[in-house]
Design a protein around this ligand. Structure first.
Ligand code: XMP
Length: 513
């Protein structure tokens, strides 16, 4: 697969993945690499441009992340953002110091004035709000650079050396708070790096299909399909590439949302591949009977999943490839520290030890979540699968607090379905990051008609988040909450009280268990 590539060199800033996503949204392929990556390795990727990210350090400290200065002799354009801008200045003969004077430190939204003759700001208005976050100050601009933007407090908010294609901005063009930030990134890519815009999901699909065919040959592929976005798109891509050589095993643990198992089956049944749905609800419920502790539930579900999958895999016999729906954010190594940030996907974790196969293939390894969804659409998957919100591997087992019963799961499924329906009809389903209902184990007294009730309390949860590490509770309009509450207590037996969870993460987590 050869696409023009931009390298985002990661110095430990908090928006680095966002930069890469923005570049790709502009139609240019991009990878994030730790700043410690040897230059020779970066050169092998034949980048058409580098973007140096922000970072928490000061460039003039000896211990701060640096670049190999030879990077500036490659004839490849560089855009430095925040720390990246200071690094550029520091290495090319400028001087960066601690902004002693508080007025030179800038944080947050700042009115910024642009020089429209600079390629980076071509076609933009003369001024706009930009998102600043820097305590250091570029005291001396390096030779060969001109000033390309300023703010009230700072004369050199952006620097440019058009001849060499080096640009630096003190603000963050990648965040939504910066007006026209994406236009600036686009300008860097197309005006400075002369990108051709060869990164589209249609192209990606064609090249990925060809690459999978070449790799798999006449071999057989096995995939554990969970019905989540990643494994669904992975299944569709593999089916397109190798058709009948693919077997998808969908372990239906009975802990999915209302109708979800049937939806997954309906979506895949007609594809040219082997689709196996294992109805394992009874097994899972039996194993989970009487268990109340959340981590214990997780462990049981993880283990049972592997057991069921293993049994199915044995029936299929030896396969050549085990496919996994790993996506790019799971494989990016951060530039800050040496630890790789890898999420453990509990629902596939551990499988390789149990199944007879030769090699793992991960056809979505290079894609961000939004790209995975786009690819799914490209492959013709139904929208309800493609735009599905994240759903934890243990499913509703961690949304029924305490002991699980089939009855409680059904109650939660019905209530959750009403909640989702109302959120969608209010047009909020694409806006809210994740939303779901939780069946608490608290019962309280209510009155229905003329009678007393003593039923369960249902909690509604909705959060907005960019990375699921932190999250803010969503401000759902009262009238929407009102409709959800009225409908659930009227339509779902066993629930007589609804509460709305107004805690963010931290201190709470997104799920209740
Ligand atoms: P928490 O509750 O930790 O959730 O704030 C963060 C995100 O992870 C999901 N989640 C899980 N996903 N297995 C999964 O595959 C799990 O055991 C699990 N627990 C939480 C949660 O839905 C949210 O998106």
């Amino acid at each position: 697969m050869s696409h023009q590539t931009v390298i985002v060199l990661d110095f430990g800033g908090q928006y680095n993945q966002l930069i890469a996503r923005r570049v790709r949204e502009c139609g240019v392929y991009c990878e994030v690499k730790p700043y410690t990556t040897p230059l020779a390795e970066l050169q092998k990727m034949e980048p058409i441009g580098f973007i140096f990210t922000g970072g928490p350090n000061s460039v003039y400290l000896e211990t701060s992340p640096q670049v190999d200065p030879a990077i500036f002799t490659l004839g490849v354009p560089v855009l430095g953002i925040c720390y990246g801008c200071q690094l550029l200045a520091h290495h090319l003969g400028g001087r960066v110091t601690d902004a002693q004077d508080d007025s030179a430190r800038e944080y947050g939204k700042t009115e910024t004035f642009y020089d429209a003759s600079c390629p980076l700001f071509k076609g933009l208005p003369e001024s706009g709000i930009s998102w600043m976050s820097h305590g250091d100050y570029m005291e001396k601009v390096p030779e060969g650079f001109t000033l390309a933007a300023r703010s009230q407090a700072c004369p050199n908010v952006a620097i440019a050396d058009e001849r060499r294609g080096f640009y630096g901005v003190q603000f963050h063009p990648e965040v939504n708070h910066t007006d026209h930030g994406v236009a600036m990134i686009r300008n860097f890519l197309y005006e400075v790096c002369h990108a051709s815009g060869d990164w589209t999901m249609g192209d990606y699909k064609r090249t990925a299909v060809a690459a999978i065919r070449e790799k798999v040959g006449a071999g057989r592929v096995l995939l554990a399909l969970s019905g989540g976005v990643d494994s669904s798109v992975c299944a569709a891509l593999l089916a397109e590439a190798v058709g009948e050589q693919l077997t998808c095993v969908f372990v239906d643990h009975g802990l999915m949302r209302k109708n979800e198992g049937d939806e997954v089956q309906a979506a895949f049944q007609s594809w040219a591949m082997h689709f196996v749905r294992v109805d394992a609800e009874a097994r899972f419920l039996e194993k989970l009977a009487g268990v109340t502790e959340p981590e214990r539930k997780r462990k049981i579900i993880g283990e049972e999943f592997i057991r069921v999958f293993e049994e199915e895999a044995k029936k299929i016999g030896a396969v050549d490839f085990l496919a996994q729906g790993t996506i790019y954010p799971d494989v990016i190594e951060s530039g800050a520290g040496s630890a790789a940030v890898i999420k453990s996907h509990h629902n596939v974790g551990g499988l390789p030890d149990y199944v007879d196969f030769k090699e793992i293939i991960e056809p979505l390894r290079l894609l961000f979540k939004d790209e995975v969804r786009q690819l799914g659409r490209e492959l013709g998957l139904p929208e309800y699968l493609v735009s599905r919100q994240p759903f934890p591997g243990p499913g509703l087992a961690i949304r029924v607090i305490g002991e699980l019963t089939k009855e409680k799961l059904d109650t939660l499924r019905d209530a959750d379905a009403v909640y989702r329906e109302e959120i969608a009809s209010a047009g909020l389903d694409r806006e809210i990051g994740q939303y779901f209902a939780v069946l608490t184990n608290t019962r309280s007294v209510g009155v229905m008609g003329d009678g007393r009730t003593y039923d369960y309390t249902l909690a509604l949860r909705a959060v907005n988040t960019s990375d699921f590490m932190t999250a803010d509770w969503a401000r759902i309009p009262y009238d929407v909450l009102d409709r959800v509450s009225t409908r659930i207590v009227n339509e779902v037996p066993g629930i007589n009280r609804i509460v709305y969870d107004i805690t963010s993460k931290p201190p709470a987590t997104i799920e209740w268990e």
